[in-house]
Design a protein around this ligand. Sequence first.
Ligand SMILES: [Zn+2]
Length: 108
Amino acid sequence: MSTCLFTCLLFRTAVMSELNGLTFTQGQPKEYIKIAESGNHRAQGFCQNCGTGIYATSVSDEPKVYAIRVGAVDQSAALVPVFQIFCRSAQSWVNDIGAIKSFADGPQ
Ligand SMILES: [Zn+2]
């Protein structure tokens, strides 16, 4: 995996793989095709058992780069975001979120 990361929408954090840089050692994901605002078709891979999103990638037969969702990898704490995309649709309060009251677990 490369160290390029991004956050988008509210919030999705992903790490970009190298070409064909994703191997499944247990089971196979299920995919659905999402049509982006740009019109691009993207395959969205998710766990067939629990529905957890795993990656997004192109739908062609060419070598693929996978946008792997950081929550689906064991090294998530080490993968610090380095840029953000799709900021045009960000909510106006998103840059202030670190200053609001927070809880280590659910609110008491
Ligand atoms: Zn699962």
